[in-house]
Design a protein around this ligand. Structure first.
Ligand SMILES: [Ca+2]
Ligand SMILES: [Ca+2]
Length: 626
């Protein structure tokens, strides 16, 4: 435990200098990350490369029968990849050494289905080796993806294949220097060529590959590597391939619960609040629609705007961003892809360039003191943090700015080596003599390694963060604030109606209910009584309720105060997830969005506790539950 040693050392040094400043560090709140997991998270964004036989056969998942003779990139240049990634601010790269088709991009001695039997460099090529070398030269970390599923191998499904896979891992881990991560894909078993059998094979996803043995091999050969799989153990899949984590995102999972192909994978966006194993989220996404190169996707590369938004919702949601580049048939990163990736990096650098809080010592409502004082939040040192006293799980942090300033971005970090703690917080700004919350369109619950907030611009001379609940004393190591006039990737409270789950409303006939779910702002549904219950048809994980009031000239049936309760059974809707006021709805009846801690529910009950006009029935132009 390097951490404890270091803490002890700090305590000792302080004790020698002045006896009174030797304040004890807060106890860890378990689970805590291993040191290598903290180092991994600090990488923040790194590249993925999908390249192989699929690239030359226009496939996403090769069946295992593509002819190795088709693999022949004319201008393969791993230095071009590495230079691109460095310019795009990436700290490393993960390469598909073997995808599901079983084809190996290094000269393995364990199968003939590999780069030795291609025309590329007369069968003497080694893409894994070339990339490892280029990474070293350009200061990038290197890692590999090795598919457990193998649609080429005749023995797939039998114990012999597992021996083959372990030997393959051992070979790959022995010859290319240190890797920072090993990526095991959750897609496993199904149709394949399987040595010509062309059949369908299912495996026991939990036990077939003998993962304990795999971890043993990795501990022996690459102890610093973080192991990716759907449920970790090193880091986890985020539950989608769109590149974002939930705004609420715990870096923990309940040990042993999640396995490759876990059916409740959507939970992985949020983690398990009561998890007992540190397994932070990695957000994988391709810069194009597909993971492998397809020429018809040259004009479908994700826009810079889209990529910037994803950055805020991955790195800024306590995850890492793993951005995939489908290397093309020449063996190069396509120029459109590299341009967009570099612009993403430059845009983030620009938006978060001038920290308005640098060096300002905030006022705090509680302080442990000693090394754990308020100035540790703005000293630009990752390893110093402000902490509250034992037993204090809520506190206010108030920054007095240098005069009136525009602000619309914030960064918060808690000191994860001691565990993830913050459960909820509110960001406010001073407006004259009152404090108002900033307007943002996501919940402010967890912080973790890093939380980035985008909100409607405020002009103020004071910013206050109210930490309202935590799993232990607060340990905040960094807070920053910014203003940007760039609209790129800005996700501020929008007029756009989001997409949500389908629902029915028992109290309304079908035609009336449809009016609040037709995406048409001009049609409204009316509901009598004090409450309305939405049935999602099945249990879903939900985190938001959006209400677009009647948009007609008279804005009928405006709800002023509300209560939202949820449940899995119609008879028990007692779990109130949020109650409050739709502020200023009378003057500005725009989309009202209520965000809450993600919860499993089938039924959502909205209760009107106050109407703008008490004699009117509730009206809804649209209701979206997501
Ligand atoms: Ca600090
Ligand atoms: Ca409508």
């Amino acid at each position: 435990m390097n951490m404890n040693k270091k803490t002890a050392l700090i305590g000792l040094t302080a004790g020698l200098l002045t006896a009174c400043s030797s304040v004890k560090a807060p106890e860890p709140v378990y689970p805590i990350p291993e040191k290598k997991q903290v180092e991994w998270q600090k990488m923040e964004k790194y590249a993925f490369v999908h390249f192989g036989l699929n690239t030359f056969n226009d496939r996403e998942w090769g069946y295992g029968d593509s002819d190795p003779m088709t693999f022949n990139p004319a201008r393969l240049d791993c230095e071009q990849w590495a230079q691109t990634f460095v310019k795009a601010g990436m700290k490393g790269v993960i390469f598909t050494a073997k995808h599901h088709d079983g084809f190996c991009l290094w000269p393995t001695q364990l199968t003939e289905y590999c780069i030795r039997n291609t025309p590329f460099r007369d069968g003497k090529g080694d893409v894994v080796g070339e990339l490892a070398k280029a990474c070293k030269k350009y200061g990038l970390k290197f890692a590999v993806y090795l598919s457990p599923w193998d649609r080429n191998r005749a023995e797939y499904g039998s114990p012999e294949y597992v021996d083959y896979f372990h030997a393959q891992l051992r070979e790959l881990m022995s010859n290319y220097g240190e890797v920072f991560e090993v990526w095991f894909d959750g897609a496993n078993g199904g149709d394949g060529w399987y040595g010509g059998a062309k059949d369908c094979r299912t495996i026991d996803r939990k036990n077939y590959y003998n993962y304990p043995k795999i971890y043993e091999i990795l501990d022996e050969l690459q102890p610093q590597a973080v192991v990716f799989s759907d449920g970790g153990p090193g880091c986890r899949w985020v539950g989608n391939e769109n590149g974002f984590a939930g705004a609420t995102n715990w870096s923990m999972l309940r040990k042993g619960e999640v396995y490759p192909g876990y059916p409740k994978y959507r939970e992985l966006q949020y983690g398990h609040a009561d998890g007992n194993q540190w397994t932070a989220a990695e957000c994988d996404v391709s810069i194009r629609p597909g993971w492998f190169y397809h020429p018809e996707e040259d004009d479908k590369v994700k826009s810079v705007d889209h990529l910037v938004d994803l950055y805020y919702r991955s790195v800024g949601h306590n995850g890492t961003l793993l951005l995939n580049f489908p290397v093309d048939r020449n063996g190069l990163v396509h120029p459109v892809d590299s341009t967009h990736a570099v612009l993403l990096h430059q845009e983030i650098e620009k938006q978060l360039a001038h920290n308005l809080l640098a060096g300002i010592v905030p006022e705090v409502s509680d302080e442990r003191g000693g090394d754990y004082s308020a100035q540790a939040m703005t000293d630009d040192d990752y390893d110093t943090y402000w902490a509250t006293n034992d037993g204090v799980v809520s506190a206010d942090v108030t920054f007095r700015l240098k005069g009136m300033q525009k602000v619309n971005r914030m960064m918060l970090q808690e000191y994860i080596p001691l565990g993830q703690r913050v459960k909820s917080f509110v960001v406010e700004y001073a407006d004259g003599d009152q404090w108002l919350p900033v307007a943002l369109d996501e919940e402010t619950t967890t912080v973790g390694y890093k939380r980035l907030l985008r909100f409607a611009t405020v002009e103020t001379d004071q910013i206050r963060i109210r930490f309202t609940d935590a799993r232990g004393p607060l340990t905040i190591n960094n807070i920053e604030a910014y203003y940007t006039d760039s609209a790129i990737g800005s996700k501020q409270p929008s007029e756009k109606i989001p997409n949500g789950f389908a629902y029915t409303v028992a109290a309304l006939n079908e035609a009336e209910a449809l009016k609040m779910a037709d995406g048409d702002k001009t049609t409204s549904a009316m509901a009598e009584g004090d409450e309305i219950v939405f049935d999602l048809g099945e249990v879903r994980t939900i985190h938001a309720f959006h209400y677009l009031p009647d948009q007609s000239e008279y804005n009928k049936g405006l709800i002023k105060n509300y209560e939202i309760a949820v449940g899995t059974e119609i008879g028990n809707l007692s779990n109130t997830v949020k109650a409050g006021e739709f502020s200023n709805i009378q003057n500005n009846p725009m989309l009202q969005s209520v965000f809450f801690t993600p919860v499993e529910a089938r039924y959502v009950k909205l209760t009107r506790t106050k109407m703008v006009n008490e004699n009117e029935n509730m009206q809804f132009a649209e209701v979206v539950i997501e």
